[in-house]
Design a protein around this ligand. Structure first.
Ligand code: PRP
Length: 215
């Protein structure tokens, strides 16, 4: 009899370690070298699990297309790219927030201020909701550079410890929303692999509630 293999899309980078720890706490026996590997596909045969290690912004894409059954993605990513996936659990990890920031003492008074962000859709809908017309400049990283060198009047970005803003002489001007990581599921996989996905959801729920998980 062949067992069902569950493919899990994991976000590389700062969320990764917390996400791996959460799965270990949920009773999944992931080897210690898991974090050190440069492999992009890691099979854990005894657990019938396959992990694919993707850029955080791409995790929902893999899950939407069904090449991953489930995944872990930040709410920031979920808001930026509306994907056809189920957002099943708020894992409560990788807590940070989305904010508007800029140089201190500079008012946002130009007619269409320039806003730099990795999250053009989030930034645009936030300013629209505030009744402000802005010009969005999409960047892929090091967003804090933009106001410092005169590319933008403000940025919309993730703030975690606040160190990047502080060390670059920027201040937060508006908080947009709190962000945590979510457990997402492909709708077809949820039907076809219901048993194994429900088991994973149940285990993760226990970890979220602070209960012990029986391995
Ligand atoms: C993120 C974010 C900020 C920084 C915030 O960038 O875009 O730049 O982290 O973290 P902090 O408040 O703890 O300083 P990331 O390190 O992911 O790299 P990037 O700039 O290349 O996007």
């Amino acid at each position: 009899m062949t067992s069902t293999i569950l493919t899990i899309a994991m976000p590389k980078g700062r969320i990764f370690e917390e996400a791996v720890q959460m799965l270990r706490n949920a009773g999944y026996d992931l080897p210690p070298e898991f974090e050190d590997s440069r492999k992009l596909i890691i099979d854990i045969e005894q657990a019938n699990m396959r992990f694919i290690l993707a850029k955080p912004m791409d995790v929902p894409t893999y899950v939407e297309h069904g090449v991953a059954d489930v995944g872990i993605a930040g709410k920031d990513v979920m808001l930026e790219e509306k994907r056809d996936v189920y957002e099943v659990l708020d894992l409560g990890i990788s807590r940070c927030h989305l904010a508007v920031a800029g140089l201190p003492g500079i008012e946002l008074d130009s007619v269409a201020p320039k806003i730099a962000s990795k999250y053009p859709n989030v930034a645009s809908s936030y300013f629209r909701s505030q009744g402000k017309q802005v010009e969005i400049i999409k960047l892929n990283g090091s967003i804090e550079l933009a106001p410092m060198i005169g590319l933008a009047d403000r940025i919309v970005d993730i703030v975690s410890t606040g160190r990047t803003l502080k060390e670059n002489g920027l201040v937060e001007t508006e908080k947009i929303m709190d962000i945590t990581s979510r457990f997402i599921v492909n709708p077809v996989s949820y039907r076809v692999k219901a048993k194994v996905i429900d088991d994973m959801v149940g285990r993760l729920e226990k970890v979220i509630e602070g209960k012990e998980v029986v391995r």
